[in-house]
Design a protein around this ligand. Sequence first.
Ligand code: NAD
Length: 297
Amino acid sequence: MDAPIVFFGLGQMGGRMAQRLLNAGLNLEVYDPAPACLQALLDQGAQPFTQVGEHHHIIISMLPHDQAVHDLYMGATGLLQQLAAGTLVIDCSTISPELSRQLHLEAKNFGLDFLDAPVSGGVTGAAAGTLSFLCGGSASVVTLAQPVLSHMGQNIMHAGPAGAGSVAKLCNNMLLAIHMLGTCEALNLGVSQGLDPALLSTIMQKSSGRNWSLEVYNPWPGVMPQAPASQNYRGGFQSQLMLKDLTLAHQSAKAMQVSTPLGSLAQQLYAQHVSEGHEHEDFSGILQLIRSMDPLP
Ligand code: NAD
């Protein structure tokens, strides 16, 4: 049997991505501190990861935030220094470009091949193996990673050197938050005047307001049975993770002295939504905040 791939982080995204690797017949070792997430993959035939060995040549991580990625890889007990030289390490988490660059440097010191490869496409893309991977690192490492990434995604794009994948991901998610908010506002305005949200969605999908939130992730409950909006905003992409991404985008903009007025407004709105107890709900649930802002008749 081939050397096992180790997969860290089996949540909404990682669980589905790891499942794709198992479906492709790959030998997989997995770890997640949440017992239910871990068990779900063990039940599908993955082996539990216990410790690093010479036989581990590919590591993939899909973790919630900078702190988790830093804790896994860096420091005295970090994974990077335990891995054999030549190991390919692919971090798919959405994290700051600064930490991605730090990881590249540290990995290089240990003779490892590192890629920042955050993804786009949501849980549906993860389940279907149609994710886009936004890669930062050297072209040769992207080529090396291509076979394993192709089991989980359709578009494997090289954004540039170390950290460029993370930069691209933050730009994308800032735009995602903005068009999700715009989609919520437009639907709410139409429905307030008696339009059917499903019909209005179809009309805008075939018009110039067309966007990903409308097409595959409609925020209005009941319009798309498979979307998180129709599951009480359960599953999907947590609002607290969107707030994290907007905060990282804001920090980057500040550091580069670039103005992002809509990104800043989106950050404020998601911060309010999260502070009102919706942190674990899917980010399309921001519709509730928009509707709660309507002045009372
Ligand atoms: P999630 O919270 O569902 O999953 C994260 C998992 O990581 C959890 O199960 C947690 O227990 C685990 N974890 C934390 N520390 C760990 C460690 N040291 N080792 C192993 N596992 C650990 O989050 P998610 O929605 O799967 O998102 C994961 C990443 O993907 C985030 O960076 C997010 O921003 C990004 N992302 C999410 C989506 C989406 O639609 N959910 C889409 C694109 C990108």
